[in-house]
Design a protein around this ligand. Structure first.
Ligand SMILES: Cc1cc2nc3c(=O)[nH]c(=O)nc-3n(C[C@H](O)[C@H](O)[C@H](O)COP(=O)(O)O)c2cc1C
Length: 177
C-alpha cells in the first residue's frame, strides 16, 4: 500500500547526485525554498541548533572543493555547509548524550527532500576535511560542520541512479532479540 503517493515519490526520487548541470544556476528563491523545509525540522525542546552556511565567494567554493577533493563536486552551483551548534544542543539527562548530529540529520533530510520536490538534486557529503571548512568559514568553536550539501540541477534522471534498499523484512524486528 502506498498511503502517501506524493511524499513517497519525492522520497524515492531523492538520490545522491554526483553530477550537476553547470549551465543552470540555482536562484536565491529556490535555494531559500529548500532551506525553508530544513527550518521546519523538529528538534528536542525545539532548540533548532543548526546553521546552514552557504559558500558565497570563489575562494569559499574552492575551499569546499579542497575539503572534499572529488571532480564531481566542482559541478555543483551551490554548497551548503550544514552545521550543528553544540552550545544550543539538548543533552539527554540519563547519559548526557549530545543530540546535535540527530537534529542536523533531520534538517538536512528535509532540505534534500525539499530540493528534490523543486526539481533540484543534492548529495550528503560527510567525508570532508573539517579543518579546512572551519578555517575558511571562520566557524565559532561551538559550530560543528557536519555535512556539505552540494545543490543544483542534476544532469541525469533519478531513476538511473537509485541504489537498492533492504526490504522491510530485513529492517523490521518485532519483539525482543
Ligand atoms: C551521513 C551520510 C554521509 C555521506 N557521505 C558521503 C560522502 O562523503 N561522499 C559521497 O559521495 N556520498 C556520501 N553519502 C551518500 C551515500 O553514499 C548515499 O546516500 C547512499 O549510497 C545511498 O544512495 P542514495 O543517496 O543515492 O539513495 C553520504 C550519505 C549520508 C547519509
Amino acid at each position: 500500500m502506498n498511503a502517501y503517493p506524493q511524499l513517497y515519490k519525492i522520497t524515492a526520487d531523492r538520490y545522491s547526485c554526483r553530477g550537476y548541470d553547470t549551465t543552470r544556476p540555482v536562484s536565491e528563491e529556490m535555494l531559500m525554498a529548500a532551506l525553508d523545509l530544513a527550518r521546519l525540522a523538529p528538534s528536542a525542546v525545539n532548540r533548532q541548533p543548526w546553521m546552514f552556511v552557504i559558500a558565497e565567494t570563489e575562494a569559499e567554493r574552492e575551499a569546499v572543493c579542497k575539503a572534499y577533493p572529488r571532480e564531481w563536486i566542482k559541478t555543483a552551483p551551490v554548497y551548503i555547509v550544514a552545521c550543528g551548534d553544540h552550545s544550543q544542543a539538548w543533552h539527554r539527562g540519563a547519559d548526557g548524550k549530545d543530540h546535535t548530529d540527530i537534529y542536523v540529520a533531520i534538517a538536512v533530510s528535509h532540505l534534500c527532500l525539499g530540493a528534490t520536490s523543486l526539481g533540484l538534486a543534492t548529495c550528503w557529503v560527510c567525508n570532508f576535511d573539517t579543518g579546512i571548512i572551519r578555517e575558511t568559514f571562520r566557524l565559532p568553536d561551538s559550530l560543528e560542520p557536519i555535512a556539505i550539501i552540494p545543490l543544483g540541477y542534476p544532469i541525469e534522471a533519478p531513476s538511473e541512479r537509485h541504489p537498492l534498499r533492504k526490504s522491510l523484512d530485513e529492517i523490521v524486528h518485532k519483539g525482543a532479540y
